[in-house]
Design a protein around this ligand. Structure first.
Ligand code: HEM
Length: 401
């Protein structure tokens, strides 16, 4: 860092050259001991991503082991692809790695620098970061970053912005009405926050109306894309496995649990294949000393398809989660992490599982499903930070007799 500073002080071209080299290599230098493929200046390992697509981290894990370096441009990521190490990052060393990292394309883009924060997000950095990361995980374009940008009418950005404004307006209205309601009770999340705001113990300036709207919005976003994708993937997978459908229908008719199908579908198509973290101080992980500010990403998608944890990982086998089966007994308890891990894990986990199970009961009580001939085969997926179906899932519906 000192070198870079001195170089900037000098005005000759040589210093600029040194500064550029320092700028490009400084992030790499700090984590150079962590193994990883050779990097290409400026683009880092992005060519590998183009070559291997979504399997890139599985390919690299096989070659470099459970912890390795991957460079998105000049930004190094330390990828962790081992259940025990995930536990270390997410739980054991949580106090040194408490937050999510911001994906650099968002943090540094001109768009982000130009636009002003919507609704006066006057939060401390920690909170702002949270909102940004979560929105990125769920929608790709955070609300906090969407206001005041100029978009051309009719374009997709314009439509997203318009919908976003409508939705924000509607949510603000709900929050404001609920605030006025003195008999709101504590039946839902929003009522609980509002009551906390009004209680003597909680600082009023923490739960500002903007903050409450933002949190409500986040819950809506975090919960909708993820849960709807999971439900679609379950119905899609079950429609292609009639033996599983038979069991599922019997479980539902007999008021039995149907956790195995849900877990296996969440493993098969893991909604969030990467869980992001950033070190808040120097910390040792897997034998490597990582400086403060290192991005550590848990490759939970690699774990979910690791034959060590899940033999025949590309087969849909709900029975692998049968508590009496050897595979289940021997598996590492942190091999499947669709909701993340530790104190930062998804707060909506129990709620969404209930929602999914209830939806399945409603659907399969009366109907069964088959793949529609109009649906592409093999199914095309869209690999963003959150997984999605490129063209949706098309099914034919049959009424149960
Ligand atoms: C199938 C459904 C869902 C999946 C797969 C999912 C997955 C995730 C994942 C992977 C994370 C990051 C966890 C981490 O960093 O360790 C997360 C965070 C979060 N999710 Fe979910 N989620 C789902 C449903 C929901 C629902 C229904 C809600 C709200 C009602 C919700 C609210 C949140 C919130 C608020 C966070 C941030 C937690 C924090 O930073 O403390 N999620 N979710």
């Amino acid at each position: 860092m000192a070198l870079g500073y001195e170089a900037v002080q000098s005005s000759d071209g040589g210093a600029e050259g040194i500064w550029s080299v320092v700028y490009l290599y400084e992030p790499y230098w700090k984590v150079r001991r962590v193994p990883g493929p050779p990097t290409v200046p400026l683009v880092g390992h992005l060519p590998l991503m183009a070559k291997y697509g979504p399997d890139v981290f599985s390919v690299l894990a096989k070659q470099y082991g459970p912890i390795f370096r991957f460079h998105m441009g000049r930004q190094p990521l330390i990828i962790v692809a081992d259940a025990e190490l995930c536990k270390e990052v997410g739980i054991k060393k949580f106090k040194d790695i408490p937050n999510r990292s911001i994906p650099s394309p968002i943090a540094s883009s001109h768009f982000i620098k130009k636009v002003s924060f919507h609704q006066g997000f006057k939060m401390v950095d920690y909170e702002k970061r949270d909102i940004i990361c979560l929105s990125t995980v769920t929608l790709g374009k955070p609300r906090a970053f969407q206001a005041d940008s100029e978009t051309n009418p009719g374009t997709m950005d314009w439509k997203v912005e318009r919908t976003n404004k409508k939705l924000s307006g509607r949510l603000d209205e709900i929050v404001s009405n609920r605030m006025k309601d003195k008999n709101r009770g504590s039946k839902d999340f929003l009522s609980q926050i509002l009551s906390a705001k009004e209680s003597q113990n909680v600082a009023n300036n923490v739960f500002t109306p903007d903050y409450i709207s933002a949190v409500t919005y986040e819950h809506l976003l975090a919960g909708s894309a993820t849960t709807s994708f999971t439900l679609s993937s379950i119905v899609y997978l079950v429609a292609g496995h009639q033996d599983v459908e038979k069991k599922l229908v019997a479980e539902i008719d007999g008021f039995g649990p149907h956790d195995q199908v849900v877990k296996e579908a969440m493993r098969f198509y893991i909604v969030s294949p990467l869980v992001a973290r950033e070190t808040s101080k120097e910390v040792e992980i897997g034998g490597y000393l990582l400086p403060k500010g290192t991005w550590v990403w848990l490759a939970v998608g690699v774990l979910a398809k690791d034959p060590k944890n899940f033999p025949d990982p590309d087969k849909f086998i709900p029975e692998r989660f049968d508590p009496n089966c050897e595979e289940e007994k021997q598996r590492h308890p942190y091999a499947l992490l669709p909701f993340g891990i530790g104190p930062r894990a998804c707060v909506g986990q129990k709620f969404s599982i209930q929602e999914i199970k209830l939806s399945l009961i409603h659907l399969y009580r009366k109907y069964t499903f088959r793949h529609s001939p109009t649906m592409e085969n093999p199914l095309e997926l869209e690999y963003g930070i959150v997984l999605n179906f490129k063209h949706g899932v098309k099914l034919t519906v049959a009424k149960r007799t």
